[in-house]
Design a protein around this ligand. Structure first.
Ligand code: 5AD
Ligand code: SF4
Length: 441
C-alpha cells in the first residue's frame, strides 16, 4: 500500500497570504497530499512568507532554520518557500539555506503542482519566480480554512508606492478581477454555507481602475450586496485617498456591508505624510472621517500607524499622538518603521534610532489603549448583534462572536446558539480588545 503523503503550510503576513495558502493547499490535495497540522509529520512543508517588515523576515528565517533540523532527521522532506520573501529574494534563499528545495514567487502560486512534480523528478532546486503577473490568476482548487467566513480577492497588486512599502515591488501592479467572477464566487460560497465574506485587495478602493470594463469599487459593493446567499460583507484594505462619497453612500444604503472602516492613516503629521507619498493631508483625513460618521453614525473606525519614519522629529510624533486622540479610533495597528531596501524611504536622511522608535511606539500604544477602552466602555449595557463564530480560544464554555463593527464579544454558552447565526448579546464589561456579555433570548 502506498503511504499517504502529508503537507503543512506555515503562513505569515496579511489576509492575502492566508488566502493564497488556501489555494496552495487545494493544489496539494489535488495530487494526493493530505493536510497535517504537525510539522514533524509532514512530507512537504511550505512556508508562505511576508517581507513587509524586517521582524517578519527574521521570524521566517528562524523557522527556515528549524526546518533544517527537521530535514536532517527526515531526508525525504520537501521544503518549499513562497510568498513575498520568495518573490523578493529568489535564489538568494538557496544560498542562505541550501536545504530549501523549491522557491515559488507570488505571481505564479497556481503552478505549485507542476513544480512539485519537477522537483520529484529532478531532486534539484526548483526556482520559479515570475517578474510580472498575468492579468488574471488562473483558477485552482481551494481549500478554505474556516466555514463561516471566507476571503475573496477582488484585486491584486498596488500602484501607490508609499515610500516605506515593499508591497508594490513584490505584488506587482493593480489587476482587478471581473465583477461577474467575484459575484459568482460569493454566491457559491453562500451556497456552501459561508455567511460572511471579506473582499480582499491591497487597495480595494482602486478596484476597477485598471480597466474600463468592471465599474468601480462602489459598483462592486452594490453587486455583492445583492447576493442573497450571504449575510455579511467586509472588505480590506482601503486607502483613505481613494475612499469616496459614492462608496460611503453605498455602504450607508446597504444591508450587509459591515459598519466598519479600516483606514490606515500612517501618520498624523503632514510633513511625514508627504514624505510617505500618501497623497492626502490630515485635514483631508479629518473631513473624510466626519463624512463617514455623518453617513454611518454607528460605524467603528480603525487605522494603521507607523512610528519612527525617517525625519519624524519629537514634535512631528506629538502631532500623531494629538491626531489619534482627536479622531478617537476604535483601535489602531501600530508599527515600528522598518527599513526595506529598494524603497525610497530606506535612503532618506534622518533615520530614527531603534530606541527612540520603541519609546514612541509605547507612548502611542498607551494612548490608543486608553481611547479603545473608553470607546468600548460606552457599549456596556447595550444589546449588540454578533455572528456566532465558535468557542472562545481560552475557554470552551464561552462563545465568541463579532459585531458588524468588528468588536469581539464573549459570552457564556447557553446551548441554543448555532455557529454562523446572528445572536443578541447584552454587554456587561468592556476591555481594550474585547467585550463580555450575556446572551439575550
Ligand atoms: N515599516 C513599518 N510598517 C510598515 N507597513 C508597511 N510597510 C512598513 C514598513 N516598511 C505597515 C503599514 C501598512 C501595514 C499593513 O503595514 O502601516 O498599512
Ligand atoms: Fe504599501 Fe501603500 Fe500599497 Fe498599502 S497602499 S500596499 S502601504 S504601497
Amino acid at each position: 500500500m502506498l503511504h499517504t503523503k502529508y503537507f503543512t503550510i506555515v503562513t505569515y503576513g496579511c489576509q492575502m497570504n492566508q488566502h493564497d495558502s488556501e489555494r496552495l493547499a487545494g493544489q496539494l490535495k489535488s495530487i494526493g497530499y493530505e493536510y497535517t497540522e504537525i510539522l514533524g509529520e509532514a512530507d512537504f512543508v511550505l512556508v508562505n512568507t511576508c517581507c513587509v517588515r524586517e521582524s517578519a523576515e527574521k521570524k521566517i528565517y528562524g523557522k527556515i532554520g528549524e526546518l533544517k533540523t527537521l530535514k536532517a532527521s527526515n531526508p525525504n522532506l520537501i521544503i518549499g518557500i513562497t510568498g513575498c520573501m520568495a518573490q523578493k529574494d529568489r535564489n538568494k534563499l538557496f544560498e542562505k539555506a541550501p536545504h530549501i528545495d523549491l522557491v515559488l514567487g507570488t505571481h505564479n502560486v497556481h503552478q505549485l503542482v507542476e513544480l512539485v512534480k519537477e522537483f520529484e523528478q529532478t531532486k534539484n532546486h526548483v526556482l520559479s519566480v515570475w517578474d510580472e503577473a498575468e492579468r488574471l490568476a488562473p483558477d485552482v482548487p481551494t481549500i478554505r480554512k474556516g466555514n463561516i467566513s471566507a476571503w475573496v480577492p477582488i484585486m491584486y497588486g498596488c500602484n501607490n508606492f508609499c515610500t516605506y512599502c515593499i508591497v508594490p515591488y513584490v505584488r506587482g501592479r493593480e489587476r482587478s478581477r471581473p465583477i461577474e467572477d467575484i459575484v459568482k464566487e460569493v454566491h457559491q460560497l453562500g451556497l456552501e454555507g459561508f455567511k460572511e465574506i471579506t473582499l480582499l485587495g491591497q487597495n480595494v478602493n482602486s478596484y476597477g481602475k485598471d480597466t474600463d470594463q468592471y465599474g468601480d469599487f462602489a459598483d462592486l459593493l452594490e453587486a455583492v450586496d445583492q447576493v442573497k446567499t450571504i449575510e455579511r460583507i467586509r472588505y480590506m484594505t482601503s486607502h483613505p485617498r481613494d475612499m469616496n462619497d459614492k462608496v460611503i453612500d453605498t455602504i450607508k444604503n446597504s444591508k450587509k456591508i459591515c459598519e466598519y472602516f479600516h483606514l490606515p492613516v500612517q501618520s498624523g503629521s503632514n510633513t511625514i505624510l508627504k514624505l510617505m507619498n500618501r497623497g492626502y493631508t490630515t485635514e483631508y483625513y479629518r473631513e473624510l472621517i466626519a463624512k463617514i460618521r455623518k453617513a454611518v453614525p454607528h460605524a467603528s473606525l480603525t487605522t494603521d500607524i507607523i512610528v519612527g519614519f525617517p525625519g519624524e522629529t519629537e514634535e512631528l510624533f506629538q502631532e500623531t499622538l494629538e491626531f489619534i486622540k482627536e479622531i478617537g479610533f476604535d483601535s489602531a495597528y501600530t508599527f515600528l518603521y522598518s527599513k526595506r531596501s529598494g524603497t525610497p524611504a530606506a535612503t532618506m536622511p534622518d533615520q530614527i534610532p531603534a530606541q527612540v522608535k520603541k519609546e514612541r511606539l509605547q507612548l502611542l500604544m498607551d494612548a490608543q489603549n486608553e481611547i479603545s477602552l473608553r470607546i468600548n466602555k460606552q457599549l456596556t449595557g447595550q444589546i449588540v448583534t454578533v455572528m456566532v463564530e465558535g468557542p472562545s480560544k481560552n475557554d470552551e464554555s464561552r462563545l465568541m462572536g463579532r459585531t458588524a463593527t468588528n468588536k469581539i464579544v464573549l459570552w457564556d454558552k447557553q446551548g441554543t446558539e448555532e455557529i454562523g447565526q446572528l445572536a443578541k448579546v447584552k454587554i456587561k464589561t468592556a476591555q481594550t480588545w474585547l467585550l463580555k456579555g450575556q446572551l439575550i433570548n
